[in-house]
Design a protein around this ligand. Structure first.
Ligand SMILES: [Zn+2]
Ligand SMILES: [Zn+2]
Length: 146
């Protein structure tokens, strides 16, 4: 599997409790869409923030999906002001280097504010697992086809 930008082979590494495919050069990360069955078991409750428009500003990029070479579409995930790119054929999505760290910092700040017991790392892992789910991708597809 190649980096959408550098075309170098991605290597498997672990970041914040999740296995990711990372580019050794630009350090961007590719997340494959997980098996649907596995994710049916996940239960998420992020409350009202999941309602309404989760995605804004989708645009086509020059980056290519490692699996099908389709051009990735960049979008912003409103929940955490997170920018990422996604394969229109639902193979997965691409995060730039340290974008996960930035989001994690946001989450940690929020945890402190709300005095929740959930660890930010766990929440981030749960968020990414949700993003790999079928429902997340179908929402994205709805967004792109509007
Ligand atoms: Zn790269
Ligand atoms: Zn693809």
């Amino acid at each position: 599997m190649k980096c959408p930008r550098c075309k170098l082979d991605l290597t498997t590494t672990e970041r914040y409790k999740l296995k990711v495919n990372q580019c050794p050069s630009c350090h961007g990360m590719w997340f494959e869409q997980a098996e649907l069955g596995e994710l049916e078991d996940e239960v998420f409750d992020f409350g009202d923030r999941w309602k309404g428009s989760l995605f804004i500003d989708s645009t086509v990029t020059a980056d290519q999906c490692p699996e099908c070479s389709a051009q990735l579409q960049k979008f912003q995930y409103r929940f955490y002001d997170l920018q990422m790119e996604v394969c229109p054929n639902q193979h997965g999505y691409w995060l730039e280097a340290d974008e996960d760290t930035r989001v994690l910092e946001l989450m940690k700040r929020e945890e402190a504010d709300l005095r929740r017991k959930l660890l930010a790392e766990d929440k981030w892992a749960a968020t990414l697992r949700h993003m790999r789910s079928g429902s997340f991708f179908s929402r994205l597809r709805d967004k792109f086809t509007k």
